[in-house]
Design a protein around this ligand. Structure first.
Ligand code: 6PG
Length: 243
């Protein structure tokens, strides 16, 4: 696990954009299959990416998929696709045909199957699972990642690529990339900022059993954590910063 800690959320977002651009420039002939998460944290990064890094990004070599989606229409304020479309996809010249959204407005069970098949068709296979180049994850205060919440750990070892999950408080249905295809990615990168995430980050650094985010952080072979100082403020995390 590689930890990268920055002074602020903006610095962390900028560093992650640089990292993605760097990874893409190392393989100039390759198209990158990237799965993105939603929630609040990546919105800053998407905004910065569209506004400050337009010229250095090979937009036409990115295929965009989603880690998870809330089961709402794309116009809904809760839509992960809607958020990214507004901040980045409508601004940057990413070819329309390279954007593969999860249809949050469709029937969840059917959409999980449709999107699993789509991803299997689009991506190369490794170890029997589709292989993303990069899976960008966040983590919730409760230790969830993708939309795999504590208590829904069966999704970490599901046979499906995407499955339906339920938000434990709101009851909102979600469609979530499951554990094996996340761990099968060439790189799993967590973007986590803010004081409220400090305990989760500490758990992720110290235990593989403390919830879905910690499980992925410990079981995926190539994990990078992009953190701001507040998220990395727990003692145990600080002592690992130099690794
Ligand atoms: C979502 C996600 C989810 C997110 C975490 C963190 O749709 O909510 O993709 O896994 O990464 O919940 O969310 P915040 O950035 O909003 O704290």
């Amino acid at each position: 696990m590689r930890l990268a800690v920055f002074p602020s959320a903006i610095d962390t977002s900028r560093a992650l954009i640089h990292r993605l651009v760097e990874l893409m420039s190392e393989k100039p002939d390759k198209t990158f299959n990237i799965a993105v998460s939603g929630g609040n944290t990546p919105s800053l990064m998407f905004d910065l990416w569209a506004n400050e890094y337009m010229d250095i990004t090979s937009w036409n070599r990115m295929k965009i998929f989603w880690v998870d989606e809330r089961c709402v229409p794309p116009e809904d304020a809760d839509s992960n696709y809607g958020m990214m479309r507004q901040l980045l996809l409508d601004v940057a010249p990413i070819p329309y045909e390279n954007v593969f959204r999860i249809r949050g407005e469709a029937r969840p069970e059917q959409e999980a199957v449709r999107y699993s098949e789509l991803v299997k068709r689009q991506l190369p296979e490794k170890h029997g699972w589709p292989e993303f180049d990069i899976v960008l994850l966040g983590a919730g205060d409760d230790g969830h990642t993708s939309s795999i919440f504590p208590g829904q750990e069966d999704l970490l070892t599901s046979d499906a690529v995407y499955a339906v999950s339920t938000h434990p408080d709101s009851g909102q249905k979600r469609i979530a990339l499951t554990g094996y295809p996340i761990m099968n990615a060439r790189r799993v990168i967590f973007l986590i900022t803010g004081k409220s995430k400090a305990e989760v980050v500490e758990d992720m650094c110290n235990s593989g059993d403390a919830g879905p985010a910690a499980y992925i952080a410990h079981h995926a072979p190539h994990v990078e954590l992009y953190l701001d100082k507040k998220a990395a403020s727990c003692h145990e995390v600080k002592s690992k910063e130099k690794l």
